[in-house]
Write a protein that binds this ligand. Structure first.
Ligand code: AMP
Ligand code: MG
Length: 487
């Protein structure tokens, strides 16, 4: 079905180590992303039983060549020289319909040389969560790894309790991380490091090859993509939760959906992850953390760069600092769209700051607020104005903000701008309590709620009764306060 190539595996060990899949007891297909398979060049999609065999790894797909990728990483600031794919196997790359090389990886497919104490498996819950959230991000146009398949393993995996297991198939522009570079650098083998960097330039940043210093150009390009990515995350309240350097993609995609969650009631200091006690990866810290990760990336590249000594450090530091203007420009563009303003409006930033403070002080749900504002912008009706004001505990203050916003917005309103506003403001996000609800149902053997939620979050601008029901913020008793990595 997919035709695999194997460019990454031409890189020397231990960047990639051939490893066999450990079969599972009784694979059963949960979900398969046929449109994505088509995008990857699949002509015919076989029946569910065959898909279950292939995407559990029980039967090798023709031409697949499974292997684990080596990587290191700073986890919550502490360097771990060897992490690697402990429960994932790269099957190979496919060239998609646009001619882009993309990785296909099984996750939960058994132990690898990098498994350390782990069992190489995934519980069902995190597999469903990653499926839902990554496909939602894709539907929002936010760079992300994709979900191709989820297969129940028919086995139990033991975490806090025994849970059903599953295998997830992930598609990525590549699975190369900042941690991959840290791993290569830790081998103290400059040829290995250079081979990795050249692979990345050829694959993701070909324009860097002709720069005066290709490795400096690579750093600059990665900084730019990360800055855009983090701005996009924040525009919809996404909190990654584990922004370790091993979870930071060189291609600038969202990767490794663990305890991630979307902000509901607006609070810049919000962190959900149970493992993030110090709130290192809280919502508002994400740009600074991305920059910190990029500094670790830069350190690995220094030996390959042309300049030397202080001049080199200064150049690399400047490259990392350029995160700020890239981030600010993207954020400004996104803010203008979210507020229905012209992209060049100089009021986008102050108005957004004003609205953020309204949302925080008025205990407003972020997604519901922008959805209500979008409806009001389109109709300017009293009914929609009241609906928006009903979301805050401080309606007078919000009404004053609305007057300022209208003065800026009405003057420049047109249908194109309203369409851009709609596309910046989803009706629905995969809310934490809804994700938990469908996981709970799946644990009882009922996958229908998962499929329903997947349908609506992958059409996040489509209004329907079902979408409205699933879009509603959690009531006090439904609120999820903590999320878990679930490894
Ligand atoms: P994560 O938190 O999923 O980003 O994983 C961090 C590291 O732990 C990676 O090297 C994973 O491959 C490894 N890991 C996570 N879960 C398991 C598992 N069940 N078995 C083996 N390795 C694992
Ligand atoms: Mg990871």
């Amino acid at each position: 079905m997919l035709s695999f190539e194997h460019l990454y595996s031409t890189l020397p060990e231990p960047l990639w180590v051939a490893t066999q899949v450990t079969p599972v007891a009784d694979p059963e297909l949960i979900a398969f992303n046929a449109p994505l398979a088509e995008e990857l060049g699949a002509k015919e999609i076989p029946d569910s039983a065959t898909l279950a065999q292939w995407f559990s790894g029980n039967q090798p797909m023709p031409d697949a060549k499974p292997g684990a990728m080596g990587y290191a990483g700073h986890q919550f600031g502490n360097f771990v020289p060897q992490l690697g794919d402990g429960r994932a196997l790269l099957l190979g790359e496919v060239i998609d319909q646009d001619g882009v090389r993309r990785d296909v990886q099984l996750k939960g497919s058994g132990r690898t040389p990098f498994s350390r104490g782990g069992d190489g498996r995934s519980p069902l819950g995190p597999v469903l969560r990653e499926y839902l959230v990554s496909e939602f991000m894709a539907a929002m146009g936010i760079p992300t790894t994709r979900a191709l398949a989820a297969v129940a393993s028919g086995e139990r995996v033991v975490r806090q309790m025994a849970e059903p297991g599953a295998v997830f198939t992930r598609v990525a522009s590549s699975h190369i991380r900042v941690g991959t570079f840290q791993f290569a650098a830790a081998q103290r083998d400059e040829a290995l490091l250079k081979a990795l960097a050249d692979h990345v330039i050829e694959r993701h940043y070909p324009e860097a090859a002709s720069a005066e210093d290709p490795y400096m150009a690579l750093l600059e390009a990665v900084v730019a993509r990360q800055a855009v990515l983090i701005a996009r995350w924040m525009s919809i309240g996404f909190i990654h939760g584990v922004m370790n350097t091993d979870n930071c993609s060189i291609a600038g995609e969202t990767i490794d959906y663990g305890p991630c969650a979307f902000m509901e009631q607006f609070d810049p200091q919000k962190a959900y992850s149970s493992v993030d006690q110090g709130k290192r990866y809280a919502f508002a810290n994400q740009p600074a953390i991305a920059q910190w990760n990029l500094a670790r990336f830069a350190e690995t590249l220094l030996p390959l760069m042309r300049e030397e000594g202080d001049a080199l450090v200064e150049q690399a530091t400047d490259a990392i600092r350029r995160f700020d203007p890239f981030f600010a420009a993207e954020r400004r563009r996104l803010h203008a769209n979210k507020l229905g303003l012209a992209e060049e409006s100089d009021q986008a930033m102050p108005l957004m700051e004003g609205l953020e403070s309204q949302m925080q002080q008025g205990r407003m749900d972020m997604t519901a607020t922008f959805d209500a504002l979008t409806h009001y912008a389109a109709s300017l009706s009293d009914e929609h104005r009241e609906a928006l004001l009903s979301l805050t505990t401080q309606p007078d203050a919000l009404a004053a903000w609305l007057d300022n916003w209208r003065a800026e917005q009405v003057a420049s309103q047109d249908s194109q701008r309203l369409a851009a506003m709609r596309h910046a403001n989803p009706i629905i996000i995969p809310r934490n309590h809804r994700v938990q609800e469908v996981i709970d149902a799946a644990y009882d053997g009922d996958f229908a709620p998962f499929h329903t939620l997947l349908d609506v979050v992958t059409q996040p601008f489509e209004d329907s009764t079902e979408a409205r029901r699933l879009a509603a913020p959690a009531t006090e008793s439904e609120q999820v306060l903590r999320t878990f990595c679930g490894t």
